[in-house]
Design a protein around this ligand. Structure first.
Ligand code: BES
Ligand code: MN
Ligand code: ZN
Length: 499
């Protein structure tokens, strides 16, 4: 989609549609909507007076202009109550209106990019960023495997319209930032939505190489033999049940030119999780193609961080492995030796995420990063505890955890902290090895995080469990059915905060 920023009068633009926001319960129309209303013979205000347009969040009303203005349609989108306004409501409103207009086959959409709220609280730049993100994220589709286009017409052009010429530059800046971030989210969605027969560990490594090439980043992909030399017995154990060779991807961006790693991002890259010998039940297993969402998120985040040229050194680490149950597979009761030397008793081969992550964490921790954030579709227990509306977070450093939560809040990605209480550690004690990979006594998200904590030493570390938030089964706000791309925007905001 081609994105432009122009200045001019809304009643004079030529476009498939012009989109204008409206707050809930406002009886008077804003300047631009008022002008459109007059040109259209008072159809907008009449609808407001009749209670047909309420301005509720998510409400979209589309009018044909019947040649009274150059734009073919006017879309009025509800922004909810003015007192409750947040940029995330704008993202959602833009997404919903763009999707509604696409359904009407509008190929070219113009959005009024004038901040309708307090300009000190929401700058023109942030406003433009949110509009661009909402449009790109909301219009996302994954269509590559359809062999014919059923009744679908793509939106080809998006224009952000500023009534004021002076505002053009800040709007361009915000829009460009939003474009980079939203495209990174879509990149992660593409990788996640790809089925596991295509998105193998090798394909993930190829995807990472492309990101490295595009941004001139350093990349290393460890092969099985490299990992054997390093003693990554936990990761290699998971790889024993599949014919797909395991890969460990290390992608580095140096925005500060010198110095060590400021932020290490580690993402779970299980390209398909059958459960292994502790086989999952068939129902819903197809969703396990998304078990590499954490890996895709950290790769996409580093792509955006590099494109934004942030002054920070970030390394993304993705252990990429397929979890299958063939004759070579590990079994419950096996004992694996991790990279750090700790031995692990396997209770469930379905608790494989922590096995690949512990070796990735142990590996990157040797480079002494200033902070580590890992992202993983780690536990079904997290979905039980928090549902699909927010990501779980746990960590050994409250200030880092707070930074991640604040970064998410700005992005509209909700995150809720669970306690990493030491009392739970006895649940992962093993009778035959240093620890076991599946805890007894409930609190599955906490015991999984405690397991990971054993491999990061004293390094400030936060762990995000995205098992509930990586995927949605319906179009909602700026997410569309399938991968959400959570928490790419949180990670990029975090890097911005830390740079
Ligand atoms: N990938 C799953 C977690 C998951 C479950 C993500 C549902 C999304 C939706 C993970 O590898 C897993 O299987 N975890 C087990 C751990 C248990 C065996 C200790 C789980 O949550 O059941
Ligand atoms: Mn599993
Ligand atoms: Zn898994």
């Amino acid at each position: 989609m081609d994105i432009k920023v122009v200045s001019g009068e809304i009643t004079k633009v030529e476009s498939g549609a012009v989109v204008v926001g409206m707050f809930e319960g406002e009886k008077r129309l804003g300047r631009e909507l008022g002008a459109l209303n007059r040109k259209l013979g008072r159809v907008v205000i009449t609808s407001v007076e009749k209670g047909e347009i309420k301005g509720k969040a998510g409400e979209v009303n589309i009018f044909h202009s019947l040649g009274k203005i150059p734009a073919a349609r006017v879309a009025v989108v509800g922004l909810g109550k003015k007192e409750e306004f947040k940029l995330d409501k704008l993202r959602a409103a833009v997404a919903e209106s763009c999707r509604a207009l696409r359904q009407k086959k509008a190929a070219d959409i113009t959005i009024l990019a004038k901040s309708a709220v307090d300009g000190r609280k929401f700058s023109q730049e942030d406003y433009a960023q949110a509009i661009t993100e909402g449009a790109i994220l909301g219009l996302y589709t994954f269509r590559k495997y359809f062999t014919k286009e059923n009744d679908y017409k793509e939106v080809k052009k998006l224009t952000l319209l500023s009534p004021k010429e002076e505002a053009i530059n800040v709007i361009k800046k915000g829009s460009n930032k939003g474009k980079i971030i939203a495209e990174a989210v879509c990149l992660s969605r593409d990788m996640i939505n790809e089925p596991a027969n295509y998105m193998t560990p090798s394909a993930m490594a190829d995807g990472a190489r492309k990101i490295a090439d595009d941004n001139k980043l350093d990349i290393t992909v460890l092969e099985r033999e490299d990992m054997q030399k390093l003693g990554m017995g936990a990761l290699l154990g998971v790889s024993l049940g599949t014919v797909q060779p395991p890969k460990m991807i290390i992608l580095s961006y140096k925005g500060r030119k010198s110095g060590g790693i400021d932020l290490a991002l580690v993402g779970k890259g299980i390209t398909f999780d059958t459960g292994g010998i502790s086989l999952k039940t068939a129902s819903g297993m197809e969703e396990m193609k998304t078990d590499m969402s954490g890996g895709a998120a950290v790769l996409a985040a580093i792509d955006a961080i590099a494109r934004l040229k942030l002054k920070i050194n970030v390394t993304a680490v993705v252990p990429a492995v397929e979890n299958m149950p063939d004759g070579g597979a590990i079994r419950p009761s096996d004992i694996l030796k991790s990279l750090t030397g700790k031995t692990i008793e396997i209770i469930s081969t379905d608790a494989e995420g922590r096995l690949i992550l512990c070796d990735a964490l142990g590996y990157i921790n040797k480079s002494k990063p200033k902070a580590i954030v890992d992202v993983a579709t780690l536990t079904g227990a997290c979905v039980v505890a928090l549902g699909k509306q927010c990501t779980g977070i746990l960590g050994n450093d409250q200030s880092l955890v707070n930074k991640v939560i604040a970064s998410g809040s700005e992005a509209g990605e909700a995150i809720w902290q669970l306690p990493l209480f030491e009392d739970y550690r006895e649940n992962i004690k093993s009778d035959v090895a240093d620890i076991k990979n599946s805890g007894s006594g409930g609190a599955g998200t906490i015991t999984a995080a405690l397991f990971l904590s054993e491999f990061v030493g004293d390094t400030p570390w936060a762990h995000m469990d995205i098992a509930g938030t990586n995927f949605t089964d319906k179009d909602k706000k700026y997410n569309v059915k399938g991968a959400t791309g959570v928490p790419v925007r949180t990670l990029v905001n975090l890097a911005i905060k830390m740079s």
